[in-house]
Design a protein around this ligand. Structure first.
Ligand SMILES: NC(=O)c1ccc[n+]([C@@H]2O[C@H](COP(=O)([O-])OP(=O)(O)OC[C@H]3O[C@@H](n4cnc5c(N)ncnc54)[C@H](O)[C@@H]3O)[C@@H](O)[C@H]2O)c1
Length: 346
């Protein structure tokens, strides 16, 4: 490990920590030297899998004693602010999983309190997905012409029970059962953030949130209508009870443009109209690749001093959209379920 290597401590060794640790293992000039989780066996398992020497169960002890320069916060959303406060007290820069905080008000208070003491980037990694990077390039180089309308959809079956009794979403991330703000705050926040990165700033016109599953308290279906400052409409929608779609089904997207339109479906990206181009992606590579790209950006920005694309301040704009979605939706709809949700094949 060279003198210039960024020494990192990772907090939270649950479901998504592996994607982070794989990304760190591929990142030059950085090394995870400590992991922490109150569930010691989880931290120990990741330490063994990735050859990390120090294992902690107490975040404060890790940040004070492990000799790290930065932390990667991969804990539940309600703990992020406390983690960042301790990081700031120890002068450690932080990469923090989304959402920065459960509400916009908490995030605003945190950003004001931290000020310039440390640098904080939010892991809004979806906008780093290879196909979205390509779409941004097509739009910015004029190949689409004027964008006239767009929609992004996340249709999955992850809240439907499989024949083996498993509900993928609840089995992979049990915490989602208790989240009052579920699909938008946990998943569609990625689409809203990515939409900002593609179309610029926007505002929420209307939204409708529903819950079909009896196993959760938050929404599992959402339809959101936005208006970009550029003037065109953007529709963002998601549903977790869509049979026939895999539990991790990738994004679908359509952009209408005056020169070319864009279609993304099943990881196949098409530019069509005045010219034709088709790019086929391997979804698993895109998925891991966006963690790799986000973590590389974090390390590079710390080294060069360039701003984070997804800084804590930038996250406030995405969280404002999330907040406005919940405010405009009003009470959660409970559409009458005419028949029980049927089991779907794995
Ligand atoms: N960017 C993405 O694509 C993506 C995907 C999934 C989850 N996430 C986000 O990552 C975060 C974690 O999600 P997850 O699915 O891994 O959750 P998880 O529940 O599987 O894991 C969280 C881990 O944090 C640990 N933990 C809780 N409190 C802690 C503390 N005070 N100190 C250290 N560890 C603590 C828990 O014991 C658990 O092991 C959430 O904010 C979630 O929204 C992001």
């Amino acid at each position: 490990m060279s003198q210039n290597t960024l020494k990192v401590g990772l907090l939270g060794c649950g479901h998504i920590s592996r994607d982070h640790l794989v990304a760190w293992s591929r990142c030059e000039n950085a090394k995870v030297i400590a992991v922490c989780d109150p569930m010691r066996d989880r931290a120990a398992a990741q330490a063994e899998a990735f050859g990390i020497e120090q294992v902690f169960t107490d975040p404060t002890a890790m940040m004070a004693e492990a000799g790290v320069d930065a932390v990667d916060i991969v804990t539940p959303r309600g703990t992020h602010a406390a983690m960042i406060r301790v990081a700031a007290d120890n002068g450690l820069h932080a990469l923090c999983e989304k959402p920065l905080c459960p509400t916009l008000a908490e995030a605003e208070a945190l950003v004001a309190e931290i000020g310039g003491r440390i640098r904080v980037m939010v892991n809004e990694n979806w906008r780093y997905r290879a196909y979205f990077t390509q779409i941004r390039e097509w739009i910015s180089t004029g190949r689409v012409g004027t964008v006239t309308q767009a929609r992004m959809a996340l249709w999955r079956s992850n809240m439907l029970e499989r024949p083996d009794g498993i509900i993928p979403s609840l089995s992979r991330q049990p915490f989602v059962a208790k989240e009052e703000r579920l699909l938008v705050a946990e998943s569609l926040i990625h689409e809203l953030d990515t939409a900002r990165s593609l179309f610029g700033e926007m505002s929420v016109v209307a939204s409708r949130l529903s819950r079909y599953s009896d196993r959760i308290i938050g929404e599992d279906a959402a339809a959101i209508l936005l208006e970009a400052d550029a003037g065109h409409a953007v529709v963002v929608e998601g549903v977790m009870t869509s049979a026939g779609h895999t539990f991790r089904a990738p994004n679908r997207l359509e952009i209408a443009g005056t020169r070319c339109s864009i279609t993304l479906d099943d990881a196949v990206l098409r530019l069509h109209g005045a010219e034709e181009e088709t790019i086929r992606y391997v979804e698993d590579d895109v998925r891991q690749g966006c963690f790799d790209a986000a973590i590389k950006h974090f390390v590079k920005s710390l080294t060069t001093g360039e701003p984070f694309k997804t800084s804590a301040s930038d996250q406030l704009k995405t969280l404002k959209l999330v907040e406005d979605v919940y405010a405009s939706a009003g009470a959660l709809r409970r559409p009458s379920v005419v028949a029980p949700i049927e089991s779907v094949p794995a």
